[in-house]
Design a protein around this ligand. Structure first.
Ligand code: FES
Length: 168
């Protein structure tokens, strides 16, 4: 009788151990599988033309901060999928749209109207108004988004931050 009880307890404990081990394995495996599958998820992402607003928002000869929503955002991203960029309207029909990130290590650069320079607060990188490198550690000028005007709105080809790997 006590041998049957012992056997039952032993079987129960063994089954419980198997169940707990399986649950732990599943808990560990889900994020690992998600990580390994993430490149496949990125394959489905697309570059899209997104609007920065009416061209009238960008006066000729001026540089303005603009923002747009990432075309690859997820519903739970909230405000974090909004990205900023600098728009320079060279003349009535020519724009430059710069990535806000410094070409050195990616800190957000700021535009200083008085000096007509972009400056990076992290390591002192400086860029001229046309985005070319002026001084400091950045190895090159600011990255630029392709742009076009469509139905009176300034559009940029977004979805991926411009970097060396995205340039043709
Ligand atoms: S990140 Fe801008 S100078 Fe280093």
């Amino acid at each position: 009788m006590s041998g049957d009880k012992e056997l039952t307890r032993r079987v129960f404990l063994m089954k419980a151990a198997v169940f707990v081990s399986a649950a732990l394995a599943a808990t560990t495996a889900v994020p690992i599988i998600g990580y390994l599958a993430s490149p496949l998820r990125r394959l489905g992402k697309k570059l899209k033309w997104v609007s920065l607003g009416p061209v009238e928002n960008f006066p000729s000869g001026r540089t303005r901060l603009a923002s747009f929503q990432s075309p690859n955002g997820e519903p739970w991203d909230g405000l974090t999928d909004r990205t900023a960029c600098w728009v320079r309207r060279v003349d009535e029909s020519t724009f430059q749209v710069f990535a806000i990130n410094c070409a050195h290590l990616g800190c957000p650069v700021r535009w200083f109207e008085q000096s007509q320079l972009f400056m990076c607060p992290c390591h002192g990188g400086v860029y001229y108004a046309d985005g070319s490198r002026a001084s400091g550690p950045p190895p090159r000028g600011l990255f630029e988004y392709p742009w076009r005007v469509e139905l009176g709105r300034l559009m940029i080809h977004a979805g991926q931050l411009p970097t060396l790997s995205t340039e043709a």
